[in-house]
Design a protein around this ligand. Structure first.
Ligand SMILES: Nc1nc2c(ncn2[C@@H]2O[C@H](COP(=O)(O)OP(=O)(O)OP(=O)(O)O)[C@@H](O)[C@H]2O)c(=O)[nH]1
Ligand SMILES: [Zn+2]
Length: 335
């Protein structure tokens, strides 16, 4: 990546996915949270855990040396790191964009800065991200009938954006009616919970209870829409979610685990969900959620939430702490 788009930023090589084993650089770009763990920033700076921090080592960083600096999972295996010092960052826009790109790619937020031996760079300007995030670029790619166990009268609609490989889908359950607001569930992908039956979260039970509730709604003369967003792990991706799980096993809660990785604890883009509703011709919704952020985000994007329907499922011993953190730290309306 070339920072800034005006020649003011360096070339950045992502530590996790770099394939040029010879690459090395005198400086690295890491997250403020990671820098705090390495005792490189003060408390005030560490309060913005996914802000970028530029560091320099006594010797150039090879990829092998950079990896344990980037990845907290390796802290026990390689405890001795440094000495490093933090340097003034003169290209913050490019650095912010680089960390955001790492999050979107689902990789560790860590880069070699102006590496040698790293092959050819791809130019990316910080402004490219805004274009990439523009929900207006989302379109309906395909739609088809999809009878499901909960309701035979169901249609699936797939959405695509030109530069984004994540294919979001919607299920229209029952028959769409313009004069009746559908029961809507805005669900974010959770491979572990939705498919594998993980007990660590409430995603699987919430998904299936939502489908059943929508099928009941359809039976009663209404209809429903499931928005299935490919924003795994609240937008940090599957691999980073696994890393967060490892940190949770060490005692960190959901919010702190994400922050320790230098990632936001909530990185989902609910504007995309609003755009999906717009493309489906839906303006008013009855939203099944305990998360007021979803209500606010949809309203801000022009969707009218005429009713919020509580969507709380029973806890189990493995997800009780996760649900408690949602309630106590993330503002979810849970008992
Ligand atoms: N980073 C991270 N993400 C998690 C963890 N557990 C579950 N998730 C993700 O959290 C998301 C849950 O999404 P939802 O159920 O749609 O939303 P919610 O914010 O819990 O709000 P509700 O509508 O009230 O259920 C999914 O993308 C999961 O993959 C975790 O421990 N860490
Ligand atoms: Zn889950």
């Amino acid at each position: 990546m070339e920072g800034g788009g005006v020649g003011d930023g360096p070339v950045l090589l992502p530590v996790e996915t770099a394939i040029d084993a010879q690459a090395h650089a005198p400086r690295m770009l890491i997250s403020s949270a990671r820098a705090a763990t390495l005792k490189l920033v003060n408390q005030r700076e560490a309060a913005a855990p996914h802000a970028p921090v530029l560091i320099r080592g006594a010797e150039p960083f090879t990829l092998a040396a950079a990896r344990p600096i980037a990845d907290p999972a390796l802290d026990l295996a390689s405890p001795l790191k440094g000495p490093f010092k933090a340097e003034l960052l003169a290209w913050t826009d490019a650095a912010d964009a680089a960390l955001e790109l790492a999050r979107l790619a689902g990789i560790l937020p860590a880069f070699l800065v102006d590496p040698e031996g790293a092959g050819e760079a791809q130019p990316v300007a910080a402004g490219d991200l805004a274009h990439w995030a523009d929900t207006a670029r989302l379109t309906i790619a395909a739609r088809a009938r999809l009878p499901i166990a909960a309701c035979e009268n169901t249609e699936i609609v797939a959405f695509r954006s030109a530069d984004d490989t994540r294919e979001h889908v919607a299920l229209v359950i029952g028959t769409q009616m313009s004069d009746r607001a559908p029961l809507v569930r805005l669900h974010s992908e959770c491979l572990t919970g939705d498919i594998l039956g993980s007990l660590k979260c409430d995603c699987g039970p919430q998904l299936h209870a939502a489908l059943t509730a929508m099928a009941d709604e359809a039976d009663g003369g209404g209809w429903g829409v499931l928005l299935y967003m490919r924003q795994e792990g609240r937008g940090i991706g599957l691999v980073n979610k696994m890393r967060a799980y490892r940190l949770q096993d060490q005692g960190f809660d959901t919010v702190d685990a994400n922050q320790r990785l230098g990632l936001p604890d909530e990185a989902r883009d609910f504007g995309t969900a609003a755009r999906m509703l717009e493309l489906l011709g839906v303006r008013d919704v009855k939203l099944m959620t305990n998360n007021l952020r979803k209500v606010v985000a949809l309203e801000e994007a022009g969707v009218r939430v005429i009713e919020r329907v509580q969507h709380q499922l029973p806890a189990n011993p493995h997800n009780a702490r996760y649900l408690g953190t949602k309630r106590d730290r993330s503002g979810h309306l849970l008992d």
